[in-house]
Design a protein around this ligand. Structure first.
Ligand code: SAM
Length: 335
């Protein structure tokens, strides 16, 4: 992994983009069933198909050795995976030694009991998904969620001193009228907020085009209540940010459908079964698990080179197409 000179052999794709960020899904299971994400009767993978906690930790070792500076754990719901805290501790050992941060995207249902240990392991930032602050609506969108449990998780994370960013998928006719109040609430709490357009990933029970809400119109409406100041903040991802002047908090817009920001992409995604995807919106992939089990860390290293060399230039999402852009659901690849 290291060259004889001691230099890191960076992961650079065919378009010159350096891959230093990995989204690592550690389970496809989730305790919620958000309507835009999965179908009500979702079937999950057998547990034996997943990489073990030890394998996930070894994979992280290789990623850091190849110049990955940020790892975000996701799922499914990462906090329902048994052993997740051990994994965060193992990955956390790399902090300050190649790794800049380990973060997580979570629905916060399990956060109240885990926030302190995550923080102690070196995690400092959390993205929490929250599509509504109305209990009944929250239950409708998630098909089962308890808003109070989630708000309790968020409060515990705030208490533990995490920097929190709320992710809200903007859904026509479901939560669009709540967006201005969500901006205000996040401002009061000192949380960032990112609004997300629904993406065509996997079949769900309803037609996503009915729920698709282009964020440029949302932004124009928000400008009637808030002063949105453009910022140059970038994460290498698809979000573009403004600062809400009244609250001094950051507001992001993820608009993969109405805009395309792939030129600066710095990431790859790895599923809980060890499939590496170069792009959320493509099927280009390498199945790592069996290579790993038969060929060890050298095989992982070679697989990373192959997937990065073939990373597509851009996604091919199109909300108007009848078929999803890719068959897999967001809970498989991770958000
Ligand atoms: N369970 C965790 C959570 O809720 O944050 C992590 C996984 S979840 C798949 C990650 C993010 O993807 C969530 O913010 C969710 O709202 C978003 N998401 C899921 N399906 C989506 C879709 N089809 N379009 C846009 N966002 C989606």
């Amino acid at each position: 992994m290291m060259q004889p000179s001691g230099q890191t052999r960076a992961l650079i794709d065919g378009f010159g983009r350096r891959i230093d960020y990995v989204r690592l899904s550690i389970t496809d299971r989730c305790d919620l069933r958000c309507r835009y994400c999965m179908s009500e009767k979702m079937t999950f993978l057998p547990r034996s198909d997943l990489l073990t906690i030890e394998e996930l930790a070894q994979l992280a070792d290789v990623l850091v050795a190849r110049g990955v500076r940020r790892i975000r754990l996701t799922g499914g719901e990462p906090l329902v995976r048994r052993g997740v805290l051990d994994l965060v501790e193992l990955i956390g050992d790399h902090l300050g030694r190649g790794l800049d941060e380990v973060t997580m995207t979570t629905n916060a249902t399990q956060l109240a009991g885990m926030a302190d240990r995550l923080f102690a392991a070196g995690m400092r930032r959390l993205n929490v998904s929250l599509d509504s602050r109305d209990a009944e609506r929250f239950r409708t969108i998630t098909r089962r969620g308890d808003l109070n449990q989630v708000l309790g998780g968020i409060a515990a994370a705030k208490e533990a001193a995490f920097a929190i960013k709320i992710n809200m998928v903007a859904l026509k006719g479901l939560n669009e009228d709540e967006i201005p109040d969500m901006v205000a609430w996040c401002g009061e709490q000192g949380f960032g907020l990112t609004l997300i357009e629904t993406m065509p990933l996997g079949e769900v029970d309803e037609d996503r085009t009915d729920r698709y809400l282009p964020l440029d119109a949302v932004k124009r409406a928000l400008e009637e209540r808030f002063t949105l100041v453009p910022t140059v903040h970038r994460t290498g991802g698809p979000a573009r940010y403004v600062e809400v002047q009244e609250t001094r908090t950051r507001l992001g817009f993820i608009t993969p459908l109405s805009n395309n920001f792939c030129a600066g992409c710095n990431r790859i995604r790895i599923t809980a079964t060890g499939t590496i995807y170069g792009c959320l919106g493509h099927d280009q992939k390498i199945e790592l698990r069996d290579l790993f089990r038969s060929g060890g860390l050298a095989a992982v290293d070679a697989a990373l080179d192959r997937v990065v060399a073939g990373k597509p230039e851009r996604h091919n999402f199109d909300i108007q197409r009848a078929e999803p852009a890719v068959e897999r659901h967001m809970n498989v690849t991770g958000g």
